[in-house]
Design a protein around this ligand. Sequence first.
Ligand code: ATP
Length: 241
Amino acid sequence: MKYALKVDDLSKSFGDKAAVDGVTFSVGIGEIYGLIGPNGAGKTTTLRMIATLLSIDGGSIEVMGMDVASESAGVRSVISYLPEDAGAYKDLTGRAYLKFMARFFADGGELDDMVARAIEIADLGDRIDSKVDTYSKGMMRRLLIARAIMPNPKLAILDEVTSGLDVVNAYEIRQLIRELAASGVTILLSSHNMFEVEMLCDRVGMIDDGRLVLEGRPSELMSRHGAKNLEEVFVKAVKAK
Ligand code: ATP
């Protein structure tokens, strides 16, 4: 199978508002694909439909060859979705939270291995045994990423994963995303950080007003638009409307 994700003519409305309006794109296995676009463009709505959390009005989505609408259980078994506003149970320690979440996927020795791997990914040192409500934003995000990655998804869907993080935390999370992709995990992310998208993503799709208005490798988009960086491409595309 060539593609991990195929989105075809996808649409979704909320009342009269067409939040997603005929979006088509596909993501190859092991590719890092970035969705960019202004506030309210339809990125999160698209990600939520791919993650089986929101019904589709029109079009179709295939994840690893499975149809999101008719094979949603199969799709859920191969994806992991980390929403921008995700949180963890604050009364638990980081370790207890990971153990609690791992029970949805495994038991016995497999569960222990999964938790050990997640603790390694979170890389929180001794603080893994502190309560989650004492964590900084960066620590919390590392814990949530570890939770998202521990079941070994084939497709990881990450909404604004480094938003609000300091330089080192954001850098390390980007490194982790690169390592994941190199190990064959497909990554679909959304971001407002054009520097991040330019450095990290193999390909980028820009959504504006529910439509995919640009797509390509960051370098292609920059040369096509005579721009020095992706931020300039973005601004030119929005202003050209
Ligand atoms: P941001 O970058 O600000 O997170 P986004 O690109 O992720 O924006 P969406 O959250 O997908 O945008 O929203 C797309 C449009 O759909 C917006 O106009 C938003 O107000 C609307 N919308 C999203 N969810 C709902 C909902 N549950 N009910 C009504 N309207 C919604």
